[in-house]
Design a protein around this ligand. Sequence first.
Ligand code: NDP
Length: 420
Amino acid sequence: MGRLLVIGCGGVAQVAIQKCAQNSAVFTEMCLASRTVSKCDALKEKLEKKGTPVKITTATVNADDVNDVINLIKEYQPDAVLNVALPYQDLTIMDACLECKVDYIDTANYEPEDTDEPVWRAAYEKRCKEKGFTAYFDYSYQWAYMDKFKEAGITGLLGTGFDPGVTSVFVAYAKKHYFDEIHTVDILDCNGGDHGYAFATNFNPEINLREVSANGSYWEDGHWVETKPMEIKRVYDFPQVGQKDMYLLHHEEIEALGRNFPEIKRIRFFMTFGQSYLDHMRCLEDVGMLSTSPIMFEGREIVPIQFLKALLPDPASLGPRTVGKTNIGCIFRGIKDGKEKTLFIYNVCDHQECYKELGSQAISYTTGVPAMIGTALVMSGKWKQPGVFTTDEFDPDPYMEMLNEFGLPWVVEENPVMVD
Ligand code: NDP
């Protein structure tokens, strides 16, 4: 049915691309493009050995350079571009899609690589004061493309991973089928997997460590409430995983849900962390290893967090050694037919099952599958609408059906244990 250009070939991309190959009715041709083309070539070879009917080509691209992306789009003529590189490249790839009038899909919202860059920093500090949260990432940069995408007649689907992505679809689905009004949402992200290392991150270390070392925040009665990093801790007994400590974090889907569902009085996000992870992170932070500001080392400039990334295990290499399950979902409280109602919608994913199927651990798997689903819905026309949208803004039903079909089945549990 269509041609897809995929940019990036890391942990998430490898899953998304293999899942696209399982859906060859929609994805008839694919170009795999990234900074390191050898990863694209290796994946192309793996898929071709398995006898994929998808016609695959590869290309080198530097997605920090808008002209490089424009040239590739002009040459390949895709129907859509799936950005599974890093959030740093969101705006250059969106600009290229706009120039070429091609649909755009990603899994994470924009943040700059250099948070000390003066123009960005001034806008950031103004935003912190106006909005009341201090995370480096927010939707304002990508929502600003709304009118330009409308005029160009192209769709921008933002944040179609698991969280954000599936969690936002769970909210739309709960509203459509189970509630007249939703009053509270707690998004719970539990990784019960064990990779055997004292410290490693499950996706890109730079992005992951920035996210979890930042202040937390939640949405309440129409405004943000900010907390110190890891200040709010709860313990929850997750179905099929067991009891885990979880901590309140700022997370990007809260911003979109707060805007798109003004009836929701409180939205919080919790993620589980083990004590070893937290101890290592605190120590690395104390000595400056999480800094994104360049320093001089033996006559050359290095960025501490990038140096740390080079030392840590590559997230893509965790697959064979990670055992256990993830449980990610949303707990709701609201009203149906005049009565109070509570509900938990979640998915459980097994690290070893993911590894057996695609050679990846569950964090990449739970992000890559929804990246394929969002892209398929845009390319098949079901979620095609000029403008820039998050996943909670479309009909959730076809997305929920595809989660079941492509490896992320979900469970609806009435009267769950609530988070206090
Ligand atoms: P990886 O670091 O494993 O992969 C990133 C890929 O992008 C690599 O192939 C890298 O190339 C490529 N890349 C980086 N910079 C450029 C560039 N300038 N031009 C072209 N290619 C580039 O990251 P992940 O796969 O872990 O994460 C991918 C995305 O998924 C991120 O945006 C992350 O935030 C998001 N994510 C979203 C989640 C969700 O639930 N919504 C959860 C987890 C991740 P090279 O091989 O040369 O390094």
